[in-house]
Design a protein around this ligand. Structure first.
Ligand code: ATP
Ligand code: MG
Length: 396
């Protein structure tokens, strides 16, 4: 018997008209992820088969667990011998090391010329299992193990165990978005959730050297690497924010500092996003979490950009966010102590209900357009891969 992998798509199958685009994208994402592992992919609208040498199957499954658009990963076995006696032997072989109390046999015949009907195959095989294996029972409604047999044109396909995939849409099928990535807990989670919905992310990080350290930047790079596992390579735009922050600190009311800093971040992010065909901004804001995330703060900050802003965590509690961060393995990196450019400039009493026209009049005191122009001009780009070989690109 030949061991193979079968993938089920889940939600993907609801997208009738776009199905083919989605499946092509999924195949491409899988091919990219398996680029160093020899394999072959065959698919139709119902499922995808991955063929590879038996010793590579486990390695492939580990990769598949990080790919969005896959609902279930199933290990299957193919045998060209379609004789019912051989089917009996094969099934017993496949079951001999499994622990289960109840089972059911489910047969499909895509080869309608096969001489035995599906219902009869179910009976023959179930009877044989009951005869050969002690203490197992049939349970039609809630079996611990489903023994699937498919009689195909040239072979029989067997499968049982299912591994849960990540679900979601294949990365990139919904276009690109720019994630505002700080070193905190929230923004990597927001990134993960956007990738899950089919958005290919790029990331932007605002640093303020010497107020923020190299370690703080490395932490963001590490987080981007963790996201690259799901996204494929992440392009990280690093913006030097020092002059903007220092100018604001010297010239504006301190209770408005965070609001105005964030307006600048939004403006710069929107410019970089437009230049690189990112259709939306994404960030880790969560309603009520801090002063800049009250509804009126969000409105005062958001109004400086036209581009849609996606906030996957808007209505999540911090504990829910932390749970996801742990699951995607970003939490331990996020809680490393290095300071962020917002935290070092945090005023004692940040305003929670900013007046929008006051924002505009405070901004008039500084040459913010020039400062933004400079910041955008000097942006650095780092291409982040899942492994450690990051090359510095100079593409702007
Ligand atoms: P996080 O939200 O990632 O845990 P945080 O809570 O310290 O970090 P906030 O001050 O709540 O960050 O900022 C809200 C959002 O703004 C962040 O989730 C992130 O998307 C964005 N952001 C904040 N600081 C930066 C930064 N230095 N560079 C890029 N984006 C940032
Ligand atoms: Mg936050």
């Amino acid at each position: 018997m030949k061991k193979i992998i079968i993938l089920k798509y889940g939600e993907l199958t609801l997208k009738k008209s776009n199905k083919n685009t989605f499946l092509k994208a999924l195949k491409k994402n899988i091919d990219n992820s398996l680029e160093n592992i020899e394999h072959e992919i065959i698919y139709d609208f119902g499922r995808m088969f991955i063929l590879a040498k038996e010793e590579l199957i486990n390695k492939i499954i580990i990769k598949l667990k990080n790919i969005f658009g896959i609902y279930e990963i199933i290990i299957g076995y193919l045998d060209e011998n379609k004789d019912i006696e051989q089917i009996k032997i094969n099934i017993l072989n496949l079951l001999k090391d499994k622990e289960f109390n109840t089972f059911k046999v489910l047969t499909k015949r895509s080869d309608k010329t096969y001489p035995i009907l599906s219902m009869d195959i179910n009976k023959i095989i179930a009877t044989n299992i009951l005869k050969e294996m002690n203490q197992v029972k049939v349970d039609i409604h809630h079996p611990e193990l489903e023994v699937n047999i498919e009689i195909r044109k040239n072979e029989v396909l067997y499968y049982g165990d299912r591994i849960k995939g990540l679900g979601g849409y294949p990365v990139g099928t919904l276009g690109k978005g720019l994630l505002m990535l700080s070193g905190g807990i929230d923004s990597p989670v927001a990134g993960f959730m956007s990738i899950k919905r089919g958005i290919k992310i790029e990331a932007i990080y605002f640093e303020s050297p010497p107020h923020t350290s190299e370690q703080a930047k490395n932490k963001v790079i590490k987080l981007a690497q963790k996201l690259a596992k799901y996204n494929g390579n992440v392009k990280l735009y690093v913006v030097n924010f020092t002059e903007i922050q220092e100018t604001l600190l010297k010239n504006v009311d301190h209770d408005y500092l965070i609001t105005l800093m964030r307006r600048m971040m939004y403006r710069i992010s929107a410019i970089i996003a437009s230049r690189h065909n990112d259709l939306v901004l994404i960030n880790g804001e969560s309603v009520g979490q801090v002063a800049s995330q009250t509804l009126s703060s969000m409105r005062a900050i958001n109004e400086v950009v036209k581009m849609p802003v996606i906030r996957p965590l808007a209505c999540f509690d911090k504990l829910e966010i932390i749970n996801i961060a742990r699951n995607i393995d970003t939490y331990e990196t996020s809680i490393l102590p290095y300071e962020d450019c917002c935290t070092i400039f945090v005023p004692k009493h940040p305003i929670i209900n900013p007046n929008r026209s006051k924002c505009t009049s405070l901004e008039e005191k500084i040459p913010w357009q020039d400062l933004i122009y400079q910041a955008v001009k000097n942006v650095k780009v780092i291409n982040i891969t899942e492994e450690n070989n990051n090359d510095y690109l100079d593409i702007l």
